[in-house]
Write a protein that binds this ligand. Sequence first.
Ligand code: FAD
Length: 467
Amino acid sequence: GSGDLHAEVVVLGSGPGGYSAAFRAADLGKKVVLIEKYASLGGVCLNVGCIPSKALLHAAKIVTETEEMSSHGLKFQKPEIDADGLRSWKNDVVKQLTGGLAGLAKQRKVTVVHGWGEFTGANSISIETEDGAKTVTFDQCIIAAGSEAVKLPFVPHDDPRVVTSTGALELDPIPKRMCVLGGGIIGFEMATVYDALGSDVTVIEMMDQIIPGCDKDIVKPLQKRMEKRMTIRTKSKVTEVKSGDDGLTVTWEDAKGETTTETFDKMLVAVGRTPNGKKIAADKAGVQVTDRGFIEVDHQQRTNANHIFAIGDVVGQPMLAHKAVHEGKVAAEVCAGEKRAFDARVIPSVAYTDPEVAWVGMTEEQAKQQGIKIHKGVFPWAASGRALSNARSEGITKLIFDPEDDRVIGGAIVGTNAGDLISEVALAIEMGADAVDLGHTIHPHPTLSETVNFAAEMFEGTITDLM
Ligand code: FAD
């Protein structure tokens, strides 16, 4: 039809993986078409994920920290929570970033087509746009179709009081009684927000700890602080959710087989995300999709079809924006003929809860399970001058070393700003740094970054004054 396009590289989906791939391919001289269903670019991360959740978590931290300062000689009045005001500020933050992306696409002469795209052949995609169907033919394609929230068959998802993360970010309304099904990163971040904004929150998690996957010792200070503010039930399985006039009646079973039934005004279902691989007619292009909807790729992000690549959430775990961005750049560079492969040693994970928890590389549990011997250096923040001055000394910094050569192979941090601090550990692992390297690098005083330096010194036995 009219307005049909040809691209050297077409990118399907404009999340962090997709826009990074599109921009990198354009910078390398490729003629790029970027396809996105929604009017705004940025995918889940910018629109309904990383960014809006962090804006609300920032607000939550201000509320809880000002509450806590009241016992240290600084009394604030109880905050007036204006959900409309908060929502509109959060939306402005998102708009600034997505608007910025649209500008960057234009600068690079990336053609953006808005509409749902599906493969119609090995070298063509058809897009349902507002002005009818459009066809893009391509030489190479990068699939960046992302993921969506998992829904549960026994939960009445058509009840507006039941939301996934996208609905939860709308704060509409902030309920009196809030149930969060799933104590993973997304569930616990939103629990933190709703608690600070005044809801009575109950988190129900099936595993034996919140933030499954993270080091147990590291999760403890977070759990301890939050148990003072909300109800946390681990090893508990929700078995029934019923819609009623007075709310959502939720039944769960604990490890002893005892059941509890309680009524809530709102429920967030945060039990994981499922890839969008099955929705794009990948078979028409000869691209294989697994039963679960993932697209398998090699270390160059190439699918089973030689000219089609895939990146981000749709290729598998961990479903994180920084992984998607890295993969996007690899795919774009391989498309442009560069010798590039995904060879990152580690990918950090962060829960932006309060305190934050962050981990990278080998965890103590993994080492135990795999029968790998490790050495460790642990520094409690109760001995950090900066953490004490921040009135937040509950943190812990833990480093894991290879016992053969003392190289850093993992790290986990709980405490304020743990997400920023973990980057140093990731760099240490990538560079093959050892305990002496971290111990001898001069860190600015007084900072939380010193806790990484101190954890290395704790292991080396070279620590002198704790401050
Ligand atoms: P996505 O961001 O999922 O984007 C895919 C895009 O493709 C979407 O815009 C979709 O509309 C479009 N699309 C898909 N198929 C088609 C099609 N056929 N036609 C047209 N358009 C299509 N990760 C972090 O690293 N840090 C965080 O703090 C963090 N917080 C999060 C908080 C929440 C509440 C959620 C839900 C997720 C969070 N994540 C976080 C995860 C992060 O958002 C994802 O890992 C990331 O967005 C994945 O990027 P992606 O490029 O693979 O795809």
